[in-house]
Design a protein around this ligand. Structure first.
Ligand code: NAD
Length: 255
């Protein structure tokens, strides 16, 4: 039996990169998936691709920073599609300004990154709490190696703080929701080749080298490298796992 048969999975930031790969992988394993993204056209294209391959997918526009919109889309999904049993909080951004960079940029980075990467996770999780509790659901938050360390090149402290926050939130919710039968875990990707870092990979080869120097597996990751950990955490394979983080970083933190 497919790993996610009879599950309804919502993935935020599903138009691109890791979220798109996860939504596609979940559909391949039998889940009905709902792709949410600010980029409504990208999400619709990804959903169409999934349907063309025989999967079940819908897409809606969502800006995770807008709490009221998160509540509205959760209502819409409950009314039109069904009871959500898996939530993947994946939408996120990164900007790599050092804290000592131009003041305007540093302040804007802090506000935008916190609004999307951390407040967005709160907004979406809170909006889907009822169906997740009713279905004894699973929440998978996309954290980072920066939930533990600060990367050794100029890199926004806001991003590091937001991803530490995502891991803290994961653990706090796991502790609280375990009695409801809801499991809450995180994935910690290393450098994954996606549009998020396309520009910096082109303009800053030193950054890529820094990552690879600390990656025993000797290569950057692909979005598909995150699908297995996500399937594990969303499915019954991880029935006794909660409050954990699965690192998918090529071993980054070992050296
Ligand atoms: P990506 O840029 O390819 O995809 C991110 C998606 O999020 C985009 O489709 C974008 O439109 C969407 N998004 C951005 N702001 C949004 C908002 N306000 N509301 C809704 N959607 C929004 O990036 P990715 O690399 O696939 O990143 C996905 C997640 O993985 C992020 O949380 C990121 O921090 C995390 N992550 C990525 C890496 C990496 O190396 N790529 C490493 C560790 C963690």
């Amino acid at each position: 039996m497919p790993l996610l048969e009879n599950h309804l999975a919502v993935v935020t930031g599903a138009a691109s990169g890791i979220g798109r790969a996860i939504a596609t992988g979940f559909a391949r394993e039998g889940a009905r998936v709902v792709l949410l993204d600010l980029n409504v056209r990208g999400a619709a294209e990804a959903a169409q691709e999934i349907r063309d391959a025989g999967g079940k997918a819908d897409s809606f526009a969502l800006d995770v920073t807008r709490r009221e919109d998160c509540i509205a889309v959760a209502r819409k999904i409950a009314g039109e599609i069904g009871q959500v049993s898996v939530l993947v909080n994946n939408a996120g951004i990164n900007r790599r300004n050092a804290f000592t960079a131009d003041e305007g940029a540093v302040i804007k980075d802090w506000q935008d990154i916190m609004a999307i990467n951390l407040n967005g996770v709160f907004n979406v999780t809170h909006a889907f709490l009822k169906p997740l509790c009713a279905s004894k659901g699973r929440i998978v938050n996309i954290a980072s190696i920066q939930s533990f360390v600060h990367v050794r090149t100029p890199n926004s402290p806001a991003y590091t703080a937001s991803k530490h926050g995502v891991l803290g939130f994961t653990r706090a919710l796991a502790a609280e929701l375990g009695r409801e039968g809801v499991r809450v875990n995180a994935i910690g990707p290393g450098l994954i080749e996606t549009p998020l870092n396309e520009q910096v990979r082109t303009t800053n080869p030193q950054l890529v080298q820094t990552f690879l120097d600390h990656t025993p597996l000797g290569r950057a990751g692909k979005p598909e490298d995150i699908v297995g950990p996500a399937l594990f955490l969303a499915s019954d394979l991880s029935a006794y796992v909660t409050g954990s983080i699965v690192m998918a970083d090529g071993g980054y933190r070992t050296i």
